[in-house]
Design a protein around this ligand. Structure first.
Ligand SMILES: O=c1ccn([C@@H]2O[C@H](COP(=O)(O)OP(=O)(O)O[C@H]3O[C@H](CO)[C@@H](O)[C@H](O)[C@H]3O)[C@@H](O)[C@H]2O)c(=O)[nH]1
Length: 439
């Protein structure tokens, strides 16, 4: 608590999912709700990327664009010193600039991923010889990376991403939203630390030609976990976890946006079965399909793994599960929140990146030696159940994975330490003072 007054602006459904504001902060923080206007191709009540399919993402951003007049009047009347925003509302910084308000883009991606994406001019559409248009272009390490690196997508990770979808005519593509947001901001704040990615932070500062501020990893707050201690679902999950051996369970979860096909779910299921290890698998209801992931699993699977595999459909208490001593490794899509939560607890990673930044995160983390990627076909992303079983066993139990486990454990200090991460937040707060526009 540094005495700042904060207005947190979002939509009603998203605000309702936030944890309770602790009493000592409640007088400093106000939640401001703006419902999204209806737009074609966006289901009613859809407010976040997890409520919709991959090809409804652009209509969601279009609905956000339509909030511009309301949010502009809100800024005008509240006149904050700083406004902090994500990339989707790329028009926000220029509105704020006209009102003399200082502007920070808060990037929930690694410095390595942002560096790979490129400078604002490349993102907006210039870039000359460096311009990228085909999927293959994204499988090469960019020419502006001056050091030895393998930071590039695999073909299957990028193909879906650059496909045009029906909603694309509603507004600019994400690359333009990113480029404009970065260009029009006074500073860029990155949820990572300069100790973890020193080279990438150096590169990014030069590329953006403006201050790039690491805010640390913002690890989960232990007091928030206490809120669920009596929750009925958690009591049942904890009972099962308590019965397992220490460091033996593979936690399997793919975040909120990544969806596997029925065939991929089947292969993953067979791989977990073949690994012989206990596992806890979080499955989702997929927007746009009538079948849940649980219903898509191979016939008889649930029966065959009964007792050894816990299949959980719905929103799981991920951080509490990862914190349990029975967890031996995390089979993850490499969403940055999941990675931070896992490494903050020293859990080794078994990586199956699907979309967005996930492939780049997997490259970075494999290079750091904190986990291993499940081998896949480069072009269509296919993986076999044998590859799943082998990767899981190496990461969690085999002697050959010992160094990975030790390296992941060592990351606790960097990702999870409250003092160290609090230091990054303190530096961020004082930099906001330094870079604030003078009246
Ligand atoms: O049943 C669930 C499912 C998710 N979570 C939490 O939800 C978050 C999921 O975040 P993440 O692991 O980053 O996955 P996505 O939601 O898929 O993340 C999107 O956003 C990330 C950046 O914020 C990107 O790195 C990803 O690629 C992008 O898909 C984590 O905090 C999880 O603990 C739960 O608690 N329970």
């Amino acid at each position: 608590l540094k005495g700042h007054k904060i207005s947190f602006v979002s939509t009603p459904g998203n605000l309702s999912k936030l944890p309770k504001i602790p009493p000592n902060l409640s007088s400093h923080m106000t939640l401001i709700s703006f419902p999204l206007p209806p737009v074609p191709n966006l289901p009613d009540l859809a407010e976040s990327s997890m409520d919709i399919t991959h090809n409804q993402q652009q209509p969601l951003k279009h609905a956000l664009d339509l909030l511009r007049p309301l949010l502009s009047s809100f800024l005008q009347s509240s006149k904050p010193d700083w406004i902090i925003y994500d990339y989707a509302s790329h028009w926000f910084p220029s509105v704020a600039a006209q009102l003399g308000i200082s502007r920070a883009f808060f990037a929930v991606f690694t410095a390595a991923c942002l560096s790979f994406m490129g400078s604002p001019s490349i993102l907006i559409g210039g870039g000359g010889d460096d311009a990228r248009s085909t999927a293959e272009d994204f499988t090469k390490v960019p020419s502006w990376v001056p050091f030895e690196s393998n930071m590039a997508y695999r073909l299957h990770e990028i193909t879906k991403y650059i496909q045009r979808t029906d909603g694309d005519d509603f507004g600019p593509p994400d690359t333009v939203r990113f480029g404009v947001t970065i260009q029009e901001s006074d500073v860029v704040v990155v949820r990572s630390s300069a100790e973890f990615e020193p080279d990438w932070f150096d590169l990014l500062g030069g590329m953006y030609e403006k201050p790039v501020i690491p805010i640390g990893f913002l690890p989960p707050i232990p007091e928030e976990l206490d809120e669920i201690q009596d929750d009925e679902k958690w009591v049942c999950v904890r009972k099962w976890l308590d019965e397992q051996r220490v460091n033996s369970v593979v936690y399997v979860a793919m975040g909120t946006e990544a969806h596997l096909s029925k065939e991929e779910l089947g292969e993953l299921a067979n791989g977990l079965e073949k690994s012989g290890l206990p596992f806890f698998w979080v499955l989702k209801n997929s927007p746009g399909t009538s079948e849940s992931e649980l219903e898509m699993l191979p016939d008889g699977f649930e029966e065959r793994v009964k007792g050894r595999g816990f299949l959980y459909l719905g929103w799981a208490p991920q951080v509490s599960i990862l914190s349990h001593e029975s967890i031996g490794g995390f089979l993850t899509h490499c969403g940055w929140n999941s990675v931070i939560e896992a490494l903050g607890l020293g859990r080794v990673l078994i990586m199956l990146p699907i979309l967005n930044d996930q492939g780049l995160n997997a490259r970075l983390l494999q290079n750091k030696g904190v986990g291993l990627e499940i081998p896949r076909n480069e072009s269509d992303g296919w993986f076999t159940s044998e590859a799943v079983a082998e990767s899981v066993r190496v990461a969690v139990v085999e002697e050959s994975g010992k160094a990975l486990r030790e390296m992941a454990k060592a990351m606790k200090g960097c990702f999870g330490d409250p003092g160290r991460n609090g230091g990054w937040v303190d530096r961020f707060a004082s930099q906001l003072e330094d870079y604030r526009h003078s009246e």
